[in-house]
Design a binder for this molecule. Sequence first.
Ligand SMILES: Cc1cc2nc3c(=O)[nH]c(=O)nc-3n(C[C@H](O)[C@H](O)[C@H](O)COP(=O)(O)OP(=O)(O)OC[C@H]3O[C@@H](n4cnc5c(N)ncnc54)[C@H](O)[C@@H]3O)c2cc1C
Ligand SMILES: NC(=O)c1ccc[n+]([C@@H]2O[C@H](COP(=O)([O-])OP(=O)(O)OC[C@H]3O[C@@H](n4cnc5c(N)ncnc54)[C@H](O)[C@@H]3O)[C@@H](O)[C@H]2O)c1
Length: 460
Amino acid sequence: MEKYDAIVIGSGQAGTPLSKRLAESGLKTAIIEKRWVGGTCVNDGCSPTKTMIASAKLAWSVANSEKLGVHVGGYTVDFHEILDRKNEVVQRMRGNSEKGIKETKNLDLIYGTAVFTGPKEITVTLNDGSEQVLSADKFFINVGEKPAIPEIDGIDKINYLTSTSIMELEEIPEHLAIIGSGYIALEFGQMFRRFGSKVTILEQSERILRHEDEDIAEEIVKILSEEDIKIITDCKVELIKNEGHNINLFLNVTEQEANISCTHVLIGAGRKPQTTDLGLDSAGVEIDEKGYVKVNDKLETSVEGIYALGDVKGGPAFTHIAYDDYRVIRKNIIEKGNESIKDRLVPYCMFIDPQLGRVGITEQEAKESGKEVLVAKMPNSSVARSIETGDTRGMMKAVIDKETGKILGASVLAEEGGEIVTILQLAMMGGITYEQLKEGVFAHPTYAESLNNLFMTLDK
Ligand SMILES: Cc1cc2nc3c(=O)[nH]c(=O)nc-3n(C[C@H](O)[C@H](O)[C@H](O)COP(=O)(O)OP(=O)(O)OC[C@H]3O[C@@H](n4cnc5c(N)ncnc54)[C@H](O)[C@@H]3O)c2cc1C
Ligand SMILES: NC(=O)c1ccc[n+]([C@@H]2O[C@H](COP(=O)([O-])OP(=O)(O)OC[C@H]3O[C@@H](n4cnc5c(N)ncnc54)[C@H](O)[C@@H]3O)[C@@H](O)[C@H]2O)c1
């Protein structure tokens, strides 16, 4: 048995930088990865999707160029070239991460699948089939999530796609039906519609994006409908069947039976933690009823010296949150600090077009909490920059503490909504009030300048 000071399981967005810092601090460290360095974000998530979304956006811009007086005389989408570019981006990022690990002194990168086989002991089945038993004083679990497959009659008999396998398709689907209407459904749905697929989105709840404000969700439905994306809500997929080259989905839509025939089915119904085969019982690490590792606000598990970071601990599943988990652990363990994940801001951006940038609380959350708030709201048709660029889809809104004037949250559905909301996040971090933003001098005509106008709506 080989003994380490620290072992990181999973080379995701938290595990990779953490393993390097642990090793640099003088600890003999190993990082175990069963697949590829970089985890979901680099290999199956953020980077490949956003690379492909850039192609989809360009296709849409070309298709709509006449509105701005530019006539291009037709265009074609070469899916293979799009995939080649995506693969090149992914391989470059993965390669850089792997190189960084390999060049770090005191750090061993072991390719294999780790399973706890005792307290502070793991067995790694290496990719050549052999086994290694390793022990360490400290373990860091960063194994992430994988797509959750809903229990639907017949689902195992069809060749369904997940967010991972859809990026390896050889052809653009003729008709893509998507089960679910979250980030994965909406980002891939709009992307493939722009590549030429017919797209139908099937959501079991009464509306899409229930955690967002209703007006924001309605605006998104309107935008996607304008691109001929069909969204069916209140819909239960009861049975799925192959029918020749097609796949038939039998639906119960608001208690009416309906039927859809499509060529491909994408599952975008959430993700689940990769803890089932991790042997956490042998280590005594507690999980919740959904399989997420239970942690406190310092990311400590139920066993001293074992920590969990990133998606596997549940809660918001984003790359920047996994990375911030790394920061908390680094501060506490290497720099002897006293950091916590409690009350940290959780910004995010859904990369549909226009983007939905979000931070802090929504109007509906403010109402539920009974807090006295002001809500500033403005359509992008009032934004000079949007009018000039010819894209007035979407809206901006901010929730403000009535007593202090400080911003509590914001939703920006706009071109570069992710960047615009970050300005509001900075205001939240610095305690800047909405009145200061209303009177601030910002370069004309930028999206940032429209924040003057957003907060001026409160004068009326
Ligand atoms: C399609 C898609 C698009 C996304 N887009 C965005 C986005 O735009 N912005 C954003 O912030 N987030 C996005 N996300 C979410 C983001 O990818 C994740 O939140 C982030 O990657 C989580 O990182 P992590 O460190 O928790 O784990 P992961 O990155 O999932 O890494 C876990 C690693 O552990 C390895 N592993 C698992 N079990 C074992 C084991 N037993 N032994 C050894 N290794 C193991 C896995 O192979 C994997 O490499 C997206 C996700 C998906 C699926
Ligand atoms: N831009 C980003 O940051 C980004 C992009 C993609 C993915 N992600 C991450 O990946 C995670 C997973 O994304 P996701 O879109 O799969 O999950 P999600 O939780 O965002 O949405 C899943 C949706 O599927 C619906 N659903 C579940 N079962 C269903 C069924 N049987 N029939 C119909 N609808 C059903 C749910 O009601 C929900 O609306 C997200 O939580 C997010 O953290 C982030």
